[in-house]
Every structure is written in structure tokens, then in C-alpha cells.
Design a protein around this ligand. Structure first.
Ligand code: CO
Ligand code: CO
Length: 360
């Protein structure tokens, strides 16, 4: 059923449910009961609550997405239903609350950054492998979480590989955990799986140029990346950091390249306003700054704002470097990619899997 009750109505106390709490291992396990670490957390409760509100929104909306996603429906319907449900229950309001990036519905060999552009009437097929990757944010505290849906059981092992690889990443993450070692373990898990496709047995491969990432306030990709193959940076995760742990398993070569028909865009970190001369483009850039700021947006949303012929105003912004394009990222044609993703927080006393739910 379409979610209609707002989160504020559901939780009148204003306190939102915790994610799954995990004790740190080894020499860090004492943190759970340490008084000084507990006190430290007292100062961050409000921040945690914002993350938890966004996470609860994600769980409820993805549950809805899982009930409506069926062969025969348009990808456009999937994306707009998800986005409208978020807006409704989190009471979206410009930068205060809402959607930090477009609802991804990349399917089959496409791994990430596909959402339908205006006029796209592509339909979900029974043999599709669909990555539903969407975000929610409250006061800039954002949740990034994704799951994969396939209707044909032939893909079960591919989905399982990505799910287990992501859970390995979540398990290995922690205070002072080495990022390169996490990537190595993720790869081991992913590549221990095989899939039988059209009579051939294939090893599931990690997509080596896609990775998890640290999350900042209003910034989906901030700070440290978390590679999903061995050989990553010898850096450590630190107390207080928030990460999106995501992995991609592929039946292709395990490497993605840019595809055509870009839908995702984001204001450049150093927008060069001066170099944009076109009046309509200048106006659009102001609109982007007010509505999305440092968060990603898509062409559909510009059309929804009734910005007439938005592409002719957007293109000069891209050409001037004021807005960066994020084209769809795809493996070889005919291959299939699965993805799972959770947002986790390295609290002083414990690791909280913010986006965890009954589904994944
Ligand atoms: Co994501
Ligand atoms: Co992500």
C-alpha cells in the first residue's frame, strides 16, 4: 500500500527506531559498556535521531517499492512512486528533508546511475535484474541504501553473492579497520560465488571500479572511498564516521564504463558562476542551488519544476563545469550486475547499521 502516514505521525515522541547495533570486536569490545564513550554519544543523540528518521523512511518506502515492482510496469513509475512516497512521509521541504539523489533503477548490465529521463517508457521485463538504489535525508543527514530484484531464480546466486559481499563489508567495518583489508574480504566473499547462465558456469566478479564511500552532511560522496577489491588505500576508518558500504557483483568483466543518455547531475564543488553567460542557464543554476545544493538531481526533477526546455539551459552549465554529469555506468552488454548497500555509523560505543531492515 502507498505509504501515507508521515513519520512524525507514526512516531509522535519524535524518537525514531535504532538500526541494528553491533558490538565492536576484539580490543574494541569494551566500548559498549564504557562510561566515557557513552557520555560522548550523549552529545550526538540529535544527529543520530536525524539519521534514524531518514533510515525509517528508507525502510518503509523500499517495502512499498518491493510490493509494486512487477514485470510490465514502467521504470518511470517505479522511480516516481518511490520518490513521491519519500516526499510524503518525510514531509519533504527543499534542503531540510527529502531526497538526496534520484531513485536509481539501473537494470541488467547497467550497474548504477540510471533513472528514467522525461519521456522514457522502458518497461520492466521478467528477465531483468534491477538495482533499486535510493536515498533519504533529514537535515542533511543522509541514508544511501540499495537492493536488487530479479524475478527469474536463475539470478539467485548473483543476488546472494552481492548481498553476502556487502554484509562482509559491514561486518569488517569498524573503528581503526583498514580499508584495503575490507576490500580484500569483500572480494573473497563475492568471488566465492558462481552462477549458471545459459549452460555456462561463471564466477561472480566484483565490479572493480565501483566502491562504497564515506558520507558527509548533504554530501553523498565525501572523504574516503571503500573499494570492493584488494589493493585499496591503507587507510583506516575512524570513530564517528558514516559509510555507505555497497558492493556490485557482475557476470561480465567486472568493469563499468560510461553509457549514453545521462540522467544524474550534481552542482560542481566549485561552480564557476562567472563563466556562465546564458541568462536561462544562470537562472537554472540558482534554482539548482536552492533546491538541491550539493546533492544530486535528475532531468525529471527539472521538468517537474516546470523549467521549460530544461536541457538547453542545463547543457551550458555542464559545458562550463558548473554542473557535473554522472552518466549511467554499465558492464558489457548481455551481462548482469547485482548490488546491495547499507549505511553504517561508527558510534563511539558500537557500530549501528542504520538502514538495516527485515528485508536486508
Ligand atoms: Co546508493
Ligand atoms: Co552509495
Amino acid at each position: 500500500m502507498y505509504p501515507t502516514v508521515t513519520l512524525d505521525e507514526q512516531f509522535p515522541s519524535g524518537k525514531f527506531p535504532l538500526g541494528v547495533v553491533c558490538e565492536y570486536g576484539g580490543e574494541y569490545s569494551h566500548r559498549m559498556s564504557s562510561q566515557s564513550h557513552k557520555e560522548k554519544e550523549g552529545y550526538s543523540e540529535e544527529e543520530y535521531n536525524c539519521f534514524r528518521k531518514a533510515a525509517e523512511c528508507h525502510r518503509e518506502v523500499r517495502h512499498y517499492a518491493q510490493t509494486i515492482l512487477r514485470p510490465g510496469m514502467k521504470y518511470m513509475t517505479l522511480a516516481t512512486e518511490v520518490e513521491n512516497a519519500i516526499r510524503r512521509i518525510i514531509k519533504a521541504n527543499k534542503l531540510d528533508a527529502g531526497i538526496p539523489f534520484p531513485c536509481g533503477c539501473s537494470f541488467n548490465n547497467c550497474a548504477a546511475h540510471f533513472t528514467p529521463n522525461p519521456g522514457d517508457d522502458k518497461v520492466v521485463h521478467k528477465g531483468d535484474v534491477i538495482k533499486v538504489d535510493f536515498g533519504t535525508q533529514f537535515k542533511g543527514y543522509l541514508i544511501d541504501s540499495a537492493f536488487t530484484v530479479a524475478f527469474d531464480p536463475v539470478f539467485d546466486n548473483l543476488l546472494l553473492a552481492a548481498k553476502e559481499a556487502t554484509m562482509t563489508g559491514v561486518k569488517e567495518a569498524g573503528i581503526d579497520a583498514r580499508i584495503d583489508e575490507i576490500g580484500e574480504k569483500i572480494q573473497e566473499t563475492m568471488e566465492s560465488h558462481e552462477i549458471e547462465l545459459k549452460g555456462k558456469t561463471l564466477k561472480v566478479r566484483c565490479v572493480k571500479n565501483l566502491e562504497g564511500h564515506q558520507i558527509g552532511r548533504y554530501k553523498i560522496h565525501a572523504g574516503k572511498p571503500v573499494p570492493i577489491v584488494k589493493g585499496g588505500p591503507q587507510e583506516k576508518m575512524l570513530e564517528g564516521e558514516v559509510y555507505a558500504i555497497e558492493t556490485f557483483g557482475s557476470t561480465g568483466r567486472g568493469y563499468v564504463t560510461d553509457d549514453v543518455d545521462c540522467s544524474h547531475y550534481m552542482m560542481s564543488s566549485e561552480p564557476r558562476h562567472g563563466s556562465v553567460r546564458n541568462t536561462r542557464s544562470k537562472f537554472l543554476l540558482k534554482l539548482i542551488e536552492e533546491n538541491f545544493s550539493t546533492m544530486a538531481f535528475c532531468r525529471r526533477w527539472l521538468q517537474d519544476m516546470e523549467f521549460d526546455k530544461h536541457y538547453s539551459a542545463l547543457k551550458p552549465l555542464v559545458d562550463a563545469g558548473a554542473v557535473d554529469p554522472y552518466p549511467p555506468l554499465c558492464d558489457l552488454p548481455g551481462s548482469y550486475v547485482a548490488q546491495f548497500e547499507h549505511t553504517i555509523m561508527l558510534r563511539p560505543t558500537c557500530k549501528e547499521i542504520l538502514s538495516a531492515g527485515e528485508d536486508y
